[in-house]
Ligand binder design. Sequence first.
Ligand code: HEC
Ligand code: HEC
Length: 198
Amino acid sequence: SMAQAAQAADKLVGNAAAGQSEVMMVCAACHGADGNSTNPQYPKLAGQHADYIEHQLESFQKGRRTNSIMSGMAAMLTQQQIADVAAYFSQQKTAPGPVDTDQVALGKSIYEHGVPAVGLPGCQSCHGAKGLGDAAKLVPHIAGQHAQYVVQVLTGWHNGQAWGDGPHAKLALSVGQKLTVAQIHAIAAYVQGLNAVR
Ligand code: HEC
Ligand code: HEC
């Protein structure tokens, strides 16, 4: 809650209205005015947990996560602007993504059961059956995310590009490394359509 957030000395309270004007000036060009990017190389931020957005922007600022576009974007933001844009995006509604019916069966199986042969647990054990993640544990909402972006992220981990060396970064790296390229494409297609798959 706002009160809890304000209590933590180093934690700023995000102002969604201020965040919205920052977003309209800078971020909307790629991520969409409401956080539902239309270009699938840019992640949807609508409905993402505020703390997770803040965590990722700080990772770009500190160089734990690097990207030719986002490292520069994050560098321009103050801590208060980070809290504000995170508040704004987290309050928007994720637009559903299209389902790729050819990939659903394999993707669903990995999402629910993982790949036992290589010791990979089902994605749902952390991200939840509906892909909503877990705000308190900094596990991201992934339901409806663009498949192209999910492939980009998982392929980076598969190839050993970690987002730092914290426990979550190591975990994510091992998820990517346990998946084959074909499995990455199937699971990304499933994640994109997760909201629409019953
Ligand atoms: C020119 C395009 C562009 C602009 C403008 C832009 N971004 Fe991004 N953003 C990207 C790309 C590309 C990625 C994916 C980076 C990667 O693959 O690691 C990204 C990733 C992110 C992520 C990580 C999301 C996740 O799911 O892990 C956050 C948070 C983010 N951007 C916030 C912002 C904010 C806030 C602004 C405005 C201040 C902004 N971006 C402006 C292109 C852009
Ligand atoms: C043991 C828990 C766990 C499992 C299992 C897991 N994840 Fe994650 N996932 C995480 C955490 C934690 C993060 C955040 C990583 C970070 O902050 O560096 C994450 C991040 C992600 C992201 C990046 C989201 C973004 O936009 O920033 C994607 C995509 C993702 N996971 C997909 C998957 C898929 C697909 C599977 C199954 C093959 C899976 N994960 C299995 C915990 C898990």
